[in-house]
Design a protein. Structure first.
Length: 442
């Protein structure tokens, strides 16, 4: 049965990305920071000095391809593991075989695609064999290995960061596919560079997506007298809508919200609206964005413009009431307002400073003078004794101490001179001057 299936599969043409998969370092497009002449990863592969490593990068940038190149150029047994289908028993069986091979001087390279899908127990199964050198582990992941790979295993692996391919890289790859016998080299295909750049833009740095799109466009192109013509309209019909690089549970989720937050903080409304659109069009929950904008309104604007918080809360409510796509305009209004508002992080600084004292200092009791003496016993032992009611004074101020003795004079809130907070600064200076002048009355 298996042999029959194998024979049948031989007649099925392989997809273009599989046919065009590089077999040597020189055939790999992109990643010149790692694979250029004299670069560290190239030297490691060429000198057959491969040690355990993790390839981290977005989809379609060559992680599996690099593992295949290592398999072709290294003098080692090569085992390909799937994090989706392999269990702990499978891992231990292969590890024991590798241990036996090591005794006879044979190296074993174990490649694990999507290593972030392995749970802790599965990752732990590799650890002792990596430690004693029975295997060389090569893992590939689209997720930040700092969060997805066990610390003990990660510390024994060199992490190489692979970058998304540039538009120029992908256009070069598409030209190669059109010329190569493994691609469409035996066909006559007319396709303009503008169309290739359109495919490259759609692919968003993903070589596999680019080659798949090219293959689909060629199959759907206009064929006449042995010539296939691929137009912009052909590509647009094949792609229909750009698939944005985004994973609401992955690192890119945090990268994009960080980009939005920092663009608003940098008073750049154009960048802020762009990152907002990237998130919303990729399917992000608008309420999540609205919550982060609400946080920003106090963390980065604060009393420099108190209306920022009102607008952020209103935008959240609007998102809750009507949802996407209609609420995109409310979030745009809030994001642009935050970007243009005067900036102050005095709220954040005040809280973090007070938090530090609250955690690290001795938890002193509340001063008796500001405790509520609601029972006779409380009043007898001094609760509320000496309390000064500010509303009964002419200036609506008193010189009463409200902080514990060990923190007397501590300053947490330091207003800026931005926007409306300038008035807060002036008022606070007046209050401090009054208290200093009336200190002797304490």
């Amino acid at each position: 049965m298996n042999e029959q299936m194998t024979l049948f599969e031989r007649d099925v043409p392989r997809p273009l990305p599989a046919r065009m998969r590089p077999q040597t370092i020189d055939e790999i497009v992109g990643q010149q920071h790692l694979l250029g002449e004299g670069k560290v990863l190239r030297r490691i592969i060429e000198q057959d000095q491969v040690s355990s490593m993790i390839f981290w990068g977005p989809p379609g940038v060559g992680k599996t391809t690099l593992a295949g190149v290592i398999a072709n150029q290294t003098r080692a047994r090569f085992i390909n593991f799937s994090a989706v289908t392999s269990g702990i028993k499978d891992i231990r069986k292969v590890m024991q075989q590798a241990d036996e091979s090591r005794r006879f001087g044979e190296k074993t390279i174990v490649f694990v695609d999507e290593i972030h899908r392995f749970n802790k127990a599965q990752q732990d199964a590799f650890l002792p064999f990596v430690e004693k050198g029975s295997i060389i582990l090569i893992g590939a992941t689209t997720e930040n290995p700092s969060f997805e790979v066990n610390g003990a295993l990660l510390s024994r692996c060199k992490v190489f960061v692979l970058k998304g391919l540039s538009e120029q890289d992908i256009v070069q790859l598409l030209h190669r596919a059109l010329r190569s016998p493994e691609g469409f080299g035996d066909q006559t295909i007319i396709i303009d560079d503008d169309v290739l750049r359109l495919i490259a833009a759609f692919a968003n740095g993903d070589a596999r997506a680019a080659l798949s799109t090219l293959e689909m466009a060629v199959l759907n192109g206009d064929f006449e007298e042995g010539v296939t013509t691929v137009t912009k309209e052909t590509v647009e019909e094949c792609t229909s809508k750009k698939s944005l690089l985004y994973d609401k549970d992955g690192e890119e989720h945090y990268n994009l919200i960080s980009a939005l937050h920092k663009s608003m903080r940098n008073s750049d409304p154009d960048a802020a609206v762009y990152w907002l659109a990237r998130m919303l069009e990729a399917g992000e929950d608008p309420l999540y964005v609205a919550r982060r904008v609400t946080r920003f309104a106090s963390e980065d604007v604060g009393l420099a413009d108190p209306r920022a918080l009102e607008l952020a809360v209103a935008a959240y409510q609007a998102c809750h009431f009507i949802g996407m796509p209609e609420c995109s305009v409310h979030l745009t209004q809030a994001v642009i307002y935050m970007a243009l508002a005067p900036k102050s992080n005095s709220m954040e600084k005040a809280y973090l400073s007070a938090r530090k004292d609250a955690i690290e200092q001795i938890a002193e009791p509340v001063p008796l003078v500001i405790r509520n003496g609601v029972t006779n016993l409380m009043r007898e032992i001094g609760y509320g004794e000496g309390y000064q009611y500010a509303h009964d004074t002419e200036d609506k101020l008193t010189n009463m101490q409200c902080l514990p003795d060990s923190l007397e004079g501590r300053v947490y809130y330091e207003p800026t001179n931005q926007g409306v907070e300038q008035r807060c600064r002036e008022r606070l200076e007046q209050i401090k001057a009054w208290k200093k002048a009336h200190r002797q009355e304490k």
